[in-house]
Design a binder for this molecule. Structure first.
Ligand SMILES: [Zn+2]
Length: 306
């Protein structure tokens, strides 16, 4: 190799190294957490975030109403239990759409638009630190009448002790309440992990631990193309189903694209859409009707029974 070529090569290597080192030190300076890296989202400038959060908090403190508490309320028998779907009569064609890992600035807003157009209320399981970065998006979700659930502060999967689990859940409940006025009664464990300490803490705190009965696959590492996402949801649809979708945790443009078709397909099958608390309320009412009927039958069968 000639000297000219060698020096050119050295220059290129030096530039590559400099860029590499500076980007590492920039990420260290910015202090991006693991979940941020997963999301590919950086924190907004801290000052702006702080002021907008303060504004959001003081505004929401005035607008917290009994109605927001009411719409999050779940029937008592479900508190402290794990739910995968509601048990409803086969002809009760209702389904609940749920969106995890937001709020995110772009995709959440797009999803809210689609839901509004279709007059659908859904349930959003939010990550605490995302609420901190994007309070206005969280506020919009609440303002549109959707239910907000707790999806922890960091979205960690690993085994954690009681203090960490409590901090993950309580901090998130706190920021959701201060930002949106919604008091969370639903908890969804990140990754669906039920044995790392989080679900246990949530159960003790009387949250409903909300799993799901069908998923589109939109958060898989190599998520399917839009038509397959739609197909996955439509083929698994059944009364009382809980559909797992994502509005955060990465670029969710495929979820956004698939959503109108999912909704249209489910509507064509005769489904209507409710929030998780509404879905659980329907199950509770059906069960109390069944209990009443079986009591009448029993009394009839044993007329002398006191
Ligand atoms: Zn998640």
């Amino acid at each position: 190799m000639s000297n000219r070529k060698l020096s050119l090569l050295l220059k290129v290597v030096t530039v590559i190294l400099a860029v590499g080192v500076s980007s590492v030190s920039i990420s260290l300076l910015v202090g991006i957490t693991r979940f941020d890296q997963l999301l590919g989202i950086q924190k907004p400038k801290s000052e702006t975030a702080k002021t907008s959060l303060d504004r959001a908090m003081s505004a929401s403190a005035q607008s917290i109403t009994a109605a927001t508490v009411q719409m999050n309320e779940v029937p008592k028998p479900f508190k402290g239990t794990i739910i995968y779907q509601a048990k409803l009569k086969a002809n009760e064609k209702v389904i609940a759409l749920t969106f995890d890992d937001g709020p995110s600035p772009k995709n959440t807003a797009q999803i809210l638009e689609i839901l509004k157009k279709n007059n659908i209320k859904a349930t959003f399981f939010m990550v605490g630190q995302m609420v901190k970065y994007f309070p206005q998006v969280a506020k919009q979700v609440a303002a549109d009448g959707h239910v907000i659930g707790n999806h922890t502060w960091h979205h960690w999967y690993f085994q954690m002790d009681g203090a960490t689990a409590s901090s993950e859940i309580d901090r998130t409940a706190d920021i959701i309440y201060k930002t949106t006025g919604e008091k969370t009664t639903l908890f969804r464990p990140p990754g669906g992990f039920l044995n790392n300490g989080l679900a246990q803490y949530a159960k003790n705190e009387k949250y409903v631990v909300m799993m799901w009965s069908e998923q589109s696959g939109d958060a898989e590492r190599r998520s399917p193309q839009v038509p397959m996402l739609v197909k996955n949801v439509l083929k698994q649809a059944k009364p009382g189903a809980i559909v797992l979708l994502h509005d955060g945790g990465g670029n969710r443009s495929k979820s956004v694209k698939a959503l109108p078709e999912m909704i249209a397909g489910l509507k064509a099958q005769g489904y209507r859409f409710v929030t998780i608390p509404q879905l659980l309320e329907m199950q509770a009412q059906e069960e109390s009707a069944v209990t009443a009927v079986s009591f009448v039958t029993k009394s009839h069968e044993h007329p002398n029974h006191q």
